[in-house]
Design a protein around this ligand. Structure first.
Ligand SMILES: Cc1cc2nc3c(=O)[nH]c(=O)nc-3n(C[C@H](O)[C@H](O)[C@H](O)COP(=O)(O)O)c2cc1C
Ligand code: SF4
Ligand code: SF4
Length: 264
């Protein structure tokens, strides 16, 4: 059982980690990284007046699958008087908040407010998707920093009924059938492979994978486990210093991004 003031977060390429750390610093709260939680660790206790926060990226206009599985096991004991979610997304969150609300309600947790930050794009797994150009990346980060400071005031004051999010067009369609297709067909490590002539066996890809889906890496070419754990977060792809990881043919000549990456 954990006793602490709590922010649960997930992050692959670092956008959400950046936001979660600022939030935790300003609120004096503790961060819990969801991939580090095992089934046995899902029972938490809150003191009266403590906030419960979820800081998450949007995956396919929905909460990431691994986060949804974590919530299925989550038990919060004590009084919860304020729960919020802060999303990061490349452009729109669709009905991710409504889906999270439903998942939390099944655990007896009410979600009071939702916020979203538009951050640099991490998804490159479809032919028409690539990372943002550098100017757009910088502009998104600058705006996100301003918005985050505004959101923190609401969260600090436990403002209820706030929905400062960007849902985008036809949110029910994107979070519904399109999101369903995304989960069924596009969350997979099957297309990942390494271009041997570019791989220097540094091990970075395996180190950064949030779910340990990569065997080898250091001293040995990486191999993906194909065991259903991959989140298609592309963190391995983005961190490879030699762009040696490809996703089928869909990432050829595409850019790489992670929060804090220095542009060459
Ligand atoms: C698998 C996957 C699915 C994504 N789906 C969406 C989406 O539906 N809408 C959106 O605006 N951005 C989407 N993105 C972009 C991310 O939400 C965005 O880049 C986020 O800030 C990444 O967070 P992270 O760096 O903490 O992992 C997606 C990214 C990935 C990797
Ligand atoms: S990060 Fe790139 S170069 Fe390093 S082991 Fe992985 S694939 Fe090879
Ligand atoms: S294998 Fe790559 S894409 Fe899959 S979860 Fe790990 S880092 Fe993310």
């Amino acid at each position: 059982m954990y006793l602490c003031i709590m922010i649960f977060y997930f992050s692959g390429t670092g956008n959400t980690r950046w936001a979660a750390k600022i939030l935790a610093d300003k609120l004096g709260e503790q961060l819990t990284y969801i991939p580090n939680m095992t089934e046995k660790d899902c029972r938490f206790s809150l003191e009266k007046g403590e906030r419960l926060g979820f800081v998450l990226p949007v995956h396919g206009w929905r909460p990431p699958l691994m986060v949804r599985k974590f919530i299925q096991e989550l038990v919060i004991e004590g009084d919860i008087d304020y729960t919020y979610v802060l999303w990061t997304a490349g452009d729109s969150i669709g009905k991710a908040t409504e889906i999270l609300t439903g998942d939390l309600q099944k655990r007896g947790i009410e979600l009071y407010s939702a916020f979203s930050l538009i951050m640099p794009e991490a998804y490159v797994g479809l032919p028409f998707m690539d990372v943002d150009p550098q100017e757009k990346e910088i502009a998104k980060k600058q705006k996100a920093e301003k918005n985050l400071n505004d959101f923190i005031k609401d969260i600090e004051g436990k403002e209820k009924g706030v929905a400062k999010t960007v849902k985008g067009p036809i949110p029910a369609f994107f979070s519904g059938p399109v999101g369903g297709f995304f989960v069924k067909h596009l969350i997979t490590d099957k297309p990942f492979h390494v271009e041997s002539e570019r791989c220097v066996k540094c091990g970075i890809c395996a180190d950064v994978c949030p779910v340990n889906d990569i065997i080898g890496g250091l001293g040995k070419e990486p191999q993906w486990k194909h065991n259903g754990t991959c989140l298609s977060c592309f963190t391995c792809y983005h961190h490879c210093p030699h762009h040696a990881i490809e996703y089928g043919n869909r990432t050829r000549k595409k850019g790489q991004y992670f929060f804090g990456r220095i542009h060459k």
